[in-house]
Write a protein that binds this ligand. Sequence first.
Ligand code: ADP
Length: 316
Amino acid sequence: LTAKIINGTAMSKEIKEEVKAEVEELKAAGKRPPHLSVILVGANPASQTYVKNKFKAADYTGITSELINLPGDTSQDSLLAEIDRLNKDSSVDGLLVQLPVPDHIVEKKIMNSVAPHKDVDGFHTLNVGCFCVDEKSFIPATPAGVMEMLRRSGIETFGKNAVVCGRSKNVGMPIAMLLHADGIYDTKAGDATTTICHRYTPPEQLAVFTKNADIIVVATGIPGLIKGSMIKKGCTVIDVGINRVKDEKTGKMKLVGDCDFEIITRNNIDIENPYHRILRAFVMAFFNRFNLYDDLYNHEQKLLRACRQIEVLNKC
Ligand code: ADP
């Protein structure tokens, strides 16, 4: 049995097709498509990439969008005025201010000035509050994506043990909220027994929690934090980390997550192989030696030994 890889790219494509169909339905009913406005202050290259990807997805699905790119030295008051204008514009359905904002602007103040019903990022305190008491709200993209991945992959969360590594307010915390909360309420949460680990969780404790987990979601920004030896067989690992590291082989920069991906997926194969090896050896031993020893006691001893060996492997 090899590790099953959840294909996020394929899932994203599937979701985009569904959204596209919904937009077409709206248009067929004679209504305008949804409109998204994005404010970008300055020219942070990572932000520009994120924004570009959002527009590409909007275009593909038929959602109309516009970029309001303000200079990096825009004052907080001018930014607030721009947000106010878009809040009042009834042709704008969704409004997001790409983070991070420059240092002279107070991020929380900006987040709380976006009209809660247009706050597609789900960062307004009112949305965060509603979300935390399981009421309908805009849920931040990454946590919503993680839950959707679990749902679409048919991974059961109800009554399972989940571990979230990371507790940031936009990623780790909302993921943990969605995994642990009650599935009967508006957030349709996971009902999992959820443990949150963070930078002050001692490494040996982290391994104790992860080894007991059915589901692990990692969002720490630490490449290689989760190793194959820290997960149990059959565990679902969702790696939210994005880290730029140097490739040892090519010397080029590459993107990796927070998990030792290759080792985890390879380990899952290796864990399986010894079972098969031992079972095959055992079956052979059974037939070969049965003739030699023709003795029920010996046969049972061998059977017990082999079972114990398999048990030990099971615990590895
Ligand atoms: P993001 O926005 O992607 O969540 P942050 O840098 O804001 O990223 O948060 C990183 C999170 O990772 C923090 O909550 C921090 O406590 C957590 N973290 C850092 N080191 C460890 C560690 N060794 N084990 C578990 N969590 C960790």
